[in-house]
Design a protein around this ligand. Sequence first.
Ligand SMILES: Cc1cc2nc3c(=O)[nH]c(=O)nc-3n(C[C@H](O)[C@H](O)[C@H](O)COP(=O)(O)OP(=O)(O)OC[C@H]3O[C@@H](n4cnc5c(N)ncnc54)[C@H](O)[C@@H]3O)c2cc1C
Length: 475
Amino acid sequence: MYDVIIIGGGIIGCAIAYYLSFYNLKVVLLEKENDVSCGTTKANSAIIHAGYDPKPNTLMAKHNVLGSKLTKELCEKLDIPYKQCGALVVGFTEDDLNTINQLYQRGLDNGVEGLEVLSREEVLKLEPNLSDEVKGALWAKTSAIVSPWEYALALAEVAVKNGVELKLNSEVKSIKKDEFFTVETTSEKYNGKYIINAAGVHSDDIHELIGKKEFTIKPSRGEYYLLDKSEGSRCSRTIFQCPNENGKGVLVSPTVHGNLIVGPNAESSEKDDVSTVASSLDFVKNNALRSIPSIDFRENIRNFSGVRARSDRNDFIVEESKSVENFFNLAGIQSPGLSAAPSLALEAVNWLKGKEELVKKENAVDERKRLKLKDLSDENKNELIQKNPAYGKIVCRCESITEGEILQCFDTVIPPVSIDGVKRRCNTGMGRCQGGFCGERITNILIDKLGIKPQEVLQDKEGSNIINSLAKEEH
Ligand SMILES: Cc1cc2nc3c(=O)[nH]c(=O)nc-3n(C[C@H](O)[C@H](O)[C@H](O)COP(=O)(O)OP(=O)(O)OC[C@H]3O[C@@H](n4cnc5c(N)ncnc54)[C@H](O)[C@@H]3O)c2cc1C
């Protein structure tokens, strides 16, 4: 019997698990994939938005502004890659300059600090690679970039250390309610007093397993280019164009890993359709070149897409279900959901506090560290290599990741089960060769650490086995 069943291990579900883990509650987090952060949380622009974009008095505005401050604190505390690089919204026309002034005013209304409207000369001084066509910009100094999957993973790791049970490969299939809820997954049944629905694009399906239709998710796919580090310094800040009815438009931004990200478009899609389409990518490319004409797209190392959980309410849905008591929806969490996550999660905790008295746990941990050899001084590197020679063996050449760093991620409370799981934990395969060189070595490490056969090694999700059969069967 659980106090709380959280459905969905994206940034929202992981943030709820994190905050609930500080209370004397029995909590289970159910995730259908084999890792946390395998949905929209791993495929987005990775911007912690300042908060000038959402309309004042919306839930988006409230949780964006508060969430971005909390994110900064969490990232510092939990050793999550984060950089407050700032953002510019650039304008090319007189209309755009009007929009920029409106965004500035909206930002002030939303309580955003550090906003400034810049002239053409001022903005070109900050970002010399911007197009000569730029006429002015809004500068949002509190905007930041983050590693979204490491963010979700860090929150989940602390939650698990504090006693939250994480059940991966557990797709919720049915929900029933008598006195309490019974949630049936592909692997087990769970009984619980409260359900928190954080199932992203599937949050309407989850709610309708037990409740009446109260909202509909209208998925919208956004596609990206990820360029090599050679392009990573085309700009030092996130460059937006003026927003339109389709959202914040195409951005160009450095990433916390040193690459350049370009995208997204907005296209109605199926919920789990993360394909990329040549015409959409052309749209993205052409729009980005309008902001920074010198981007060299030959340096592209990967295309990917993510699906927004837009809802028919056009705002975040943060409320107890009207048709099912003790069932809380965190739904329609489209952008700026990553930025708003901690604030949204605290809203769920406050809802629970309205239901019963929550007692703080004694001795809960609230820290997490990941050793990154690259960041150590030569002296400290040598010391570590003396103690453990695995830290002296480079496995991923592009990112300079050592065997020691890969092995240590198997000793954490949420170890990886796939090549991409290793990538999300220690950045292997994120460089120019995209795992072409280190993939085989990581495959061997997975075989060894998980005690599996080569045919069982997954690239990412269940079913993504990289080897069909062996040319020569073992006897
Ligand atoms: C193109 C794009 C760009 C974006 N850019 C930004 C940005 O720069 N900044 C920003 O703040 N926000 C951005 N966002 C929004 C942000 O990514 C999302 O708001 C956030 O990731 C949503 O997190 P989530 O936990 O609600 O959803 P998800 O990460 O999708 O998590 C939901 C989880 O539920 C699981 N699940 C679903 N069904 C079931 C089931 N039946 N049983 C068990 N588990 C289930 C899924 O597997 C998934 O892991 C962007 C989104 C997109 C698509």
